[in-house]
Design a protein around this ligand. Structure first.
Ligand code: BEZ
Ligand code: FE
Length: 289
C-alpha cells in the first residue's frame, strides 16, 4: 500500500500508525479520527496549495503571538466553539450538579486569600456598580459543603482584566474565598461589564474570516474546588447584559444566568446577586459512600 492515490491516501496514512513505534489504543483512536476528518475536510473544500501555505503561516503567527499574558490557541479554540464543546464532553451533567463553562485565558493562579464578605475591588471607577455576591454550595444530595475553595475573577468597569491593564493594581478584582459551615459564601465586587475578547493578531483575523464579533456578555468567573468533588469551572452571567444571546465564544448556558438585583439599603452595595452551586462527588469518593 505504498503507492498513493487520491482515493487511498487516507487509508495509507492510517495504516502507517504504530508501524515504527508502539502507540496505545487512545493514540490510535485519536490519530485515526484526526486523519479521517482532516482529509475529509481537505476533500470537501478542495483545499488548494496556496491555502495550505496560508494556514501554515497563520498557525506560525498564532504561536508567535503567545507569551505569559496571551494564550492564542485557547482563544482560537474559544472562537471556534471548541473549548465549550470539550468542556461539555469532559464534564457531562447528570446528577443535578452545576454546569461548567469555559475557563478562558484570563485566570491567574494564587489570587489573594480574603475573608468571607470581603471586597475584591482595589481600584474604583466612576461608572462602577458595586455588587454583593452570595449563595450556598451543596452536594448533589443537598447537603451544605464547608471548606469549598472559591476563586473569583472579573473584568473592571472599563472592560479590561487587571493583567491586561497597566493602570489596575496587581490582582485587582480577583480573590479566593472559602465556604463556611453552612456552605455559604459571600464577597463584594463590581458588576462585570461586556467586553471584547482580544481581537487583534490571529484571533482577530479568525473572527473577521468568520464574519463574527468579539463581544462577551458581562460575567463573573468562578473555580470551586474541594477534595473528593469534581472541580467546577464556571461563570455567572448578568441576565440584563448585552450579548447574552450572542456570545463570541458560545459559553452562555441558561442555568448560569443570574439576576443582578438592586440591593437593599443596609447592604451598602448597588446590586445583590444570589447564586447557589452544586458540586458532584468524584467517582472514587462516591464509590466509598
Ligand atoms: C473569558 O471569559 O474571560 C474568556 C473566555 C474565552 C475567550 C476569551 C475570554
Ligand atoms: Fe471573562
Amino acid at each position: 500500500m505504498g503507492i498513493v492515490t487520491i482515493d487511498n491516501v487516507t487509508d495509507v496514512v492510517i495504516a502507517a500508525l504504530g508501524k515504527n513505534g508502539d502507540i496505545d489504543t487512545r493514540q490510535r483512536e485519536i490519530m485515526t479520527s484526526l486523519i479521517t476528518h482532516l482529509h475529509g475536510f481537505c476533500k470537501d473544500v478542495k483545499l488548494q496549495h496556496g491555502e495550505f501555505m496560508a494556514a501554515c503561516d497563520y498557525l506560525t503567527r498564532a504561536g508567535q503571538t503567545c507569551d505569559d499574558k496571551r494564550q492564542e490557541f485557547i482563544l482560537l479554540g474559544d472562537i471556534l466553539g471548541v473549548e465549550v464543546l470539550v468542556d461539555m464532553l469532559t464534564n457531562p451533567v447528570d446528577s443535578g450538579e452545576s454546569e461548567s463553562t469555559v475557563l478562558g485565558p484570563f485566570y491567574r493562579e494564587n489570587p489573594p486569600v480574603l475573608p468571607k464578605g470581603a471586597s475584591v475591588v482595589q481600584k474604583h471607577f466612576d461608572n462602577e456598580e458595586t455588587a454583593h455576591f452570595e449563595g450556598y454550595v451543596r452536594d448533589t444530595n443537598g447537603a451544605p459543603l464547608e471548606g469549598v475553595i472559591m476563586d473569583v475573577w472579573e473584568d473592571a468597569p472599563n472592560g479590561l482584566y487587571e493583567n491586561h491593564d497597566p493602570d489596575q493594581p496587581d490582582y485587582n478584582l480577583r480573590g479566593r474565598f472559602v465556604t463556611d459551615e453552612n456552605g455559604h459564601y459571600a464577597f463584594r465586587a463590581v458588576r462585570p461589564v461586556p467586553y471584547p475578547i482580544p481581537d487583534n493578531e490571529t484571533a482577530g483575523e479568525l473572527l473577521r474570516y468568520m464574519g463574527h464579533h468579539p463581544n462577551r456578555p458581562g460575567h463573573m468567573h468562578f473555580i470551586l474546588s474541594k477534595e473528593g468533588y469534581r472541580t467546577l469551572i464556571s461563570q455567572i452571567y448578568d441576565s440584563s447584559s448585552e450579548w447574552l444571546e450572542n456570545d463570541s465564544v458560545f459559553a452562555v448556558k441558561e442555568s448560569l444566568v443570574g439576576e443582578f438585583k438592586k440591593a437593599p439599603k443596609e447592604m451598602h452595595d448597588d446590586l445583590h446577586v444570589e447564586f447557589d452551586f452544586v458540586l458532584k462527588a468524584e467517582a472514587k469518593a462516591m464509590a466509598a459512600e
